[in-house]
Design a protein around this ligand. Sequence first.
Ligand code: SF4
Length: 451
Amino acid sequence: MKTDQDSRAQQVHIETFGCQMNQYDSELVRSLLKARGFTLTEDKEQADVILMNTCAIREHAHNRVYGHLAELKAIKRQRNLVVGVLGCMAQNLKTELIETEPIVDILVGPDSYRRLPDLISKALESQGQDNTQPGIAVDLSEYETYGDIMPERAEGVNAWIAVMRGCDNFCTFCVVPYTRGRERSRDPEGILHEAKLLLQQGYKQITLLGQNVNSYRFDDWDFARLITAVGDLAGIERVRFTSPHPKDFPPTLLDAVASHPKVCKHIHLPLQCGNDRILKLMNRTYSVKEYLALVDAIRQRRADIALTTDLICGFCTETEEEFLDTYRTVQDVGYHSAFVFKYSERKHTIAARKHPDNVPERVKADRVTRLVDLQKSISLQKNRELVGSTLPVLVEGDARKSSMQWMGRTDSTLTVVWEKRASPTRPGDLIPVHITRVSATTLFGEETTPR
Ligand code: SF4
């Protein structure tokens, strides 16, 4: 039997699937495990414990987790290994996952990460014993914000801070209210303290995170006040936020985005669909007219605020004509970019219980292709308008395709790539880049002025 001391020396590998909130939660988990003496490893082969921080929002992420579990099954036959499933899939499927995947030793939902170190120790101690029970912690909390934990972040230019967790909106297609529970916001004092520490550590950009980030509320603090206070901190270059809901954009927030020099001129404004009947079925709580009025209000304040969006194709009973309403709305708004998804029914959602998933897969796929093609042409057109301009770019690091090039982002979140040259440019610098050519997804340029 392993002693507690042995367990503390064990190596833990974490794989993260899904959204930025999950990336952030993995940083929280790293911090909790390190504080209890566990070692973290990037090398799966060396790991005694493999944790998968999962996403339940789309079928694709779901299937990837099942694929990885199949791989781990083979490894587990050869050596001792503790397998843990964390996050939204653990919360949504609970014991069903343990029943279908007996190799899973630990199941921990997003509000129960504080229990994870104990569950890992217990699983390590009981390895090889007969009839061991899996460790399960899937209670949802009305209060847990992990506000007292400093996440173990990777080095870089951007740091995420989760300012609220959970969601009360119950969009009928979405599993988040069931996997992450009710909305709760962190104390602004703690958020500002954490942001100051991050700036002292050299981060240049803070991204405020939440499932419904702009519904942040703590006493008399709302999201507009919070983002302004973060933007006012000494040493910060940029503040971003994701993911907001269109229903929570009071004029004070629009003013903060439009006028605060450190708040990025970018709003991710999930439309999901451009037809009122479908929006109602989705319980999105706005009409197309109200959404477009919000777009107008944003652009009246500043025409250069970049808008991006999420779109779902083939939601329950969506007709071709209703899909074309979405198509036309995308044309009307002119987003900088869009994430386009096929509707995939998620267990335990309202849509799964009440609405038939009756649009054929090939129709969904065809609608996705048409919207993606449309968005590509809009993005390309918008990017072409930037050729010849010089934009402030925050340098993030080497370009994905070549270490001879830098990659950075504009204020409006566009990716920029340019050749390195003999200059003192470093990640974290905010520098002017002259745009010389573009694709639908990337701007290419050159550093202009000696600094
Ligand atoms: S706002 Fe809707 S889509 Fe977003 S997390 Fe909440 S329920 Fe899901």
